[in-house]
Design a protein around this ligand. Structure first.
Ligand code: CUA
Length: 336
């Protein structure tokens, strides 16, 4: 590489690095472990800051020693090489004893955090089964409620999650609430989450699992206990009977087409479990595992050509006339 080209690279780096940092700072809506919203995430944030300050202090000490060495090398000549007296003990203390002490202390702190994070909440806590699938999340509640990609929990209470998968390895991660936990075929991993404030906390699959790994998002929705009870009772109920004639026609379209081969709508003969349970589809804010807002237009796009909006997913395109699609959308939109 010539000097000119190297200089150009350095200039590019000088321009791009601050821009990238600025961009990262502006991305305020992305969830950060440094904005914990529950006891689990607060532990992780504490550990993060300990590591940050320890590593920062070590970095500064090394820089200072390097500056001293450079300064002495300029000032004097070969005579500095004669300090054999304290050179060896210094290397033993600063290069072996101190790092062992610091790393040992950090290890002990993290062991304490690990034990606290994997605490079992006992039999009283609400237990939700969460199943990772390519590329969405199924949540099952003890009262029979089944939903997808939006996991409601009561605020201020510990909730037990039983995490597994029916296909490949995924990793369940809600940065503002807890650590990551892998979902492994044939195994149930447990974790406890708790949200201190009501809100929607974004989660993301944190283990590469195929083409749509990046679009495997979800939300944990924390709400006051009363609201949560109402929600979970509503989710456990079968779907409402369509009152409007268009919606009734839409139900016939649903049951007579490929839709019913993969999706369940409780209260109808559709009971397949390959795709998300759609019994209360309209109660969800997003579709496609957090990919789109749950609007009529987005539903239509998803039904007509799912491979265009989320390439690689299991869902095939659905062959429908315009009138059939309209009726189907009428039906889906009243599944609240
Ligand atoms: Cu599921 Cu990555």
């Amino acid at each position: 590489m010539g000097t000119g080209s190297r200089r150009r690279h350095l200039r590019l780096l000088a321009v791009c690095l601050p821009a990238a940092l600025l961009l990262a700072a502006c991305e305020a809506s992305s969830p950060s472990i440094l904005e914990p919203a529950g006891p689990g995430a607060r532990r992780i944030e504490g550990l993060w800051w300990i590591l940050f300050w320890v590593a920062g202090a070590v970095f500064l000490v090394v820089l200072a020693l390097m500056a001293i060495a450079l300064w002495r090398a300029r000032r004097t000549d070969a005579s500095i090489a004669t300090h054999v007296g304290w050179g060896e003990p210094f290397i033993v203390v600063a290069g072996v004893a101190l790092p062992a002490l610091i790393l040992g202390a950090v290890f002990l702190v993290s062991l304490g955090d690990l034990a606290a994070l994997s605490n079992d909440e006992g039999d009283d806590a609400l237990t939700i089964e969460v199943v990772g699938k390519v590329w969405w999340w199924e949540a099952r509640y003890p009262n029979g409620a089944v939903t997808a990609n939006e996991i409601h929990v009561p605020v201020g209470e510990p909730v037990e999650l039983e995490l597994t998968t029916t296909d490949v390895i995924h990793s369940f991660w809600v940065p503002r609430l807890q650590a990551k936990v892998d979902m492994i075929p044939g195994r149930v991993n447990r974790m406890s989450i708790q949200a201190d404030e009501p809100g929607r906390y974004r989660g993301q699959c944190a283990e590469f699992c195929g083409l749509q790994h990046a679009n495997m998002a979800f939300y944990v929705v924390a709400e006051p206990p009363q609201e949560f009870e109402e929600w979970v009772a509503m989710e456990a109920a079968p779907a409402d009977e369509p009152v409007q004639s268009g919606a009734a026609r839409g139900r016939d379209v649903f049951l007579g087409s490929t839709c019913a081969g993969c999706h369940a709508i409780r209260g109808t003969p559709a009971s397949a479990e390959l795709g998300p349970d759609l019994t209360h589809l309209d109660a969800r804010a997003t579709i496609g595992a957090g990919l789109f807002a749950n609007t009529r237009a987005n539903l239509a796009r998803f039904i007509v050509d799912p491979q265009e909006v989320k390439p690689g997913i299991t869902m095939p395109p659905t062959e429908l006339t315009a009138a059939e699609l309209d009726a189907l959308l009428d039906y889906l939109e009243q599944l609240d």
